[in-house]
Design a protein around this ligand. Structure first.
Ligand code: SF4
Length: 357
């Protein structure tokens, strides 16, 4: 604890913060300044091309997104943290994709909502800093506000932004969450991470909907993550077959990335799959009524999309499955009680299944 008037050794404090972050379970942390001019330019180009689709919030906060001091006055540094989420003994994603009756759910979403897990840890970290360095200006973020978390993490040395636009760490791959503390502490900054994609273009080639239209340029309107999570309207017909059985997010660009051979597995119990979501069938999930959906997705990020989007996505998945009597019957049974949006996707699925027959 620093006594009033006592000089703070910020170099030492930065090292202590990194040690406390590790004790709290973060795999890594780093510190950056708040100059996000290049990232801001990249964002504005992306917005001008309308690649954000219906995510109006991406444009809503104007320059505050790339000016942390506008979002939280007094901010001069950002502490970024990394928390791995990949669990061992999950059903391999590639095997799920090979079996069209199974549901492929992005692996970050199998367990407890990461926002809550990260926020609690970040708040604890702030309390410890406060106890040692005295009261300081800060605010924590976990993918919850207009924060350019990948650009900040890259500046803080946690990894580089790959051509698929996710952050990659050369010792841990890309399956991790990021969190930030905006602060007024004049901490020494870390070195920006260097770029190691080289000439590789695997993620661009293997994206099922060709959503990575150029290196670092993801057209969200084509991206299965956007289409199944952010998008509240119909899934455009042109992408339905390509969606396959991906019913919540998509991990393909990360699965093919060679850097993920360095994936580190998480010991965090909160990230263990709930309700065997890593190895379940589309039909089983489609048969959940709304009450079951709400109960089983309590505390899960999946709940945020709501039951309608859940059914919509599953109807598309079932339309791409091998036709069985049970699937066709279940789609028909759900039709009358479903919303107009879901009915249209059920009709599409039934058409797909009967055409195959
Ligand atoms: S697949 Fe290749 S190009 Fe894409 S992010 Fe990984 S290393 Fe970079």
């Amino acid at each position: 604890m620093i006594a009033p008037g006592e000089h703070i050794d910020y170099q030492q404090l930065a090292q202590q913060i990194k040690g406390w972050a590790r004790e709290l379970g973060f795999q890594q942390s780093g510190i950056s300044d708040i100059n996000l001019a290049a990232a801001g330019q990249h964002l504005n180009n992306w917005l001008n091309k309308k690649f954000h689709g219906s995510m109006a919030y991406m444009a809503k906060h104007g320059s505050a997104r790339y000016h942390p001091e506008q979002l939280v006055p007094g901010t001069i540094r950002v502490i970024s943290v990394r928390l791995d989420y990949m669990k061992t003994d999950l059903k391999p994603y590639e095997q799920l994709l090979e079996n069209p009756q199974k549901a492929a759910i992005s692996r970050y979403a199998l367990g407890r909502d990461y926002h809550k897990v990260l926020r609690q840890k970040l708040k604890k970290l702030c309390t410890i800093i406060d106890q040692h360095a005295g009261e300081f200006g800060h605010r924590v973020f976990t993918d919850s506000a207009p924060v350019m978390e990948k650009a900040l993490a890259e500046k803080a040395g946690l990894g580089w932004i790959g051509k698929h636009s996710n952050l990659i760490n050369h010792q841990a791959g890309s399956y991790f969450f990021l969190g930030e503390i905006y602060t007024d502490l004049p901490l020494p900054v870390d070195q920006t991470a260097s770029f190691h994609c080289g000439s590789c273009t695997q993620c661009i080639q293997d994206c099922p909907t060709q959503a990575i239209v150029a290196p670092f340029q993801v057209d969200a309107r084509r991206c299965i993550s956007y289409l199944t999570i952010e998008n509240k309207g119909p899934i455009p017909l042109q992408f339905r077959q390509a969606m396959g059985n991906r019913i919540y997010g998509c991990d393909d660009c990360q699965v093919v990335c060679p850097w993920n051979k360095f994936t580190q597995h998480s010991a965090e119990p909160d990230f263990s799959p709930r309700h065997a979501l890593d190895d379940t069938t589309l039909l089983e999930l489609f048969n959940w009524d709304e009450a079951t959906f709400l109960k089983r997705t309590e505390g899960s990020p999946i709940r945020r999309i709501g039951y309608q989007s859940w059914q919509r996505n599953l109807a598309v998945g079932l339309g791409n499955a091998h036709p069985t009597k049970e699937i066709i019957q279940s789609l028909k049974n759900r039709h009358s009680g479903a919303s107009e949006l879901v009915q249209e996707h059920i009709n599409w699925a039934l058409q797909q299944l009967t055409e195959v027959n």
